[in-house]
Write a protein that binds this ligand. Structure first.
Ligand SMILES: CC(=O)CC(=O)C(=O)O
Ligand SMILES: [Mg+2]
Length: 204
C-alpha cells in the first residue's frame, strides 16, 4: 500500500511545507483492518491521529504509466483511514528517520469494502468526512488535492511497479486529531459508503 501527502490545508495544520512532489511512504498488508475489528493503539504512542483518505485500488499493474492511460489501471476505490502516531512521526522527522513505526503498525489502515469504479464516476470531486463520537472533525473534497489521481499513478509507477490489488491512499484534508480508547470513528464518502471503527488500547 502506497501513501502520499496531498492536501495543502493538512500540510499547513501540521506546519509542514506544502509538497511540490508527492511524499511517498508504505504500509504492509498487516496494517489493513476491516469493520468489526478494532483499531489497536500501539503502546508506544500517546498521540494517535485519524486521517480520512480516498484509496485507489489498482486493477491492472504497470510501470511508467502515462497520466492519459492512468485511469485504465484503476479497478475501484476504498474509503481508508491512515492512522498515524503523530508523536512518533514528529520524532522521526526531527531525527531524519523513516516514518515506519508512525504509519505502518498493525491496524494502521482501516478500510471499507471495495467500491467498484462505476460508483465514483468523478473521483476528483468527492466529499470525504470523519466524525469522532458523532463530532465532525474532517470534511473535505478530493477537488482540494494538490496532485490528481492520474498524476499520482503516473508518478508512483515511475519508481514502484504497480501491481493488481495495490492500494494508493491519496492524502488527507485538514482536521486530523487525536483519538482515545473507546472512541468511535465514523467516516464516509458522501452518497457512496460509510465505515465505523472502535479504538482499543493494546494490551500490556
Ligand atoms: C504528514 C502526514 O502524515 C502525511 C499524510 O499521511 C497525509 O495524508 O497528508
Ligand atoms: Mg495520510
Amino acid at each position: 500500500m502506497i501513501k502520499v501527502q496531498n492536501y495543502a490545508d493538512h500540510a499547513k495544520e501540521l506546519k509542514n511545507a506544502v509538497p511540490t512532489e508527492p511524499v511517498l511512504f508504505l504500509k504492509p498488508p498487516s496494517a489493513y483492518v476491516k469493520e468489526g475489528s478494532p483499531i489497536v493503539v500501539p503502546l508506544y504512542t500517546s498521540n494517535l491521529h485519524h486521517e480520512v483518505e480516498l484509496g485507489v485500488v489498482i486493477g491492472k499493474g504497470g510501470n511508467a504509466i502515462s497520466q492519459t492511460s492512468a485511469m485504465e489501471h484503476v479497478a475501484g476505490y476504498a474509503l481508508c483511514l491512515d492512522m498515524t502516531a503523530r508523536d512518533i512521526q514528529d520524532e522521526c522527522k526531527s531525527k531524519g528517520l523513516p516514518w515506519t513505526l508512525a504509519k505502518a503498525f498493525n491496524t494502521s489502515c482501516p478500510v471499507s469494502d471495495f467500491i467498484p469504479k462505476e460508483r465514483i464516476p468523478d473521483p476528483s470531486n468527492v466529499k470525504l468526512w470523519l466524525k469522532v463520537n458523532d463530532q465532525l472533525k474532517q470534511s473535505g473534497s478530493t477537488s482540494q488535492m494538490i496532485f490528481s489521481i492520474p498524476y499520482l499513478i503516473s508518478y508512483i509507477s515511475d519508481f514502484i511497479t504497480l501491481e493488481e490489488g495495490d492500494l494508493i491512499l491519496t492524502g488527507t484534508p485538514k482536521g486530523v486529531s487525536a483519538v482515545q480508547e473507546h472512541d468511535e470513528l465514523q467516516a464516509g464518502i458522501e452518497d457512496v459508503v460509510t465505515i465505523s471503527f472502535r479504538v482499543q488500547r493494546q494490551n500490556q
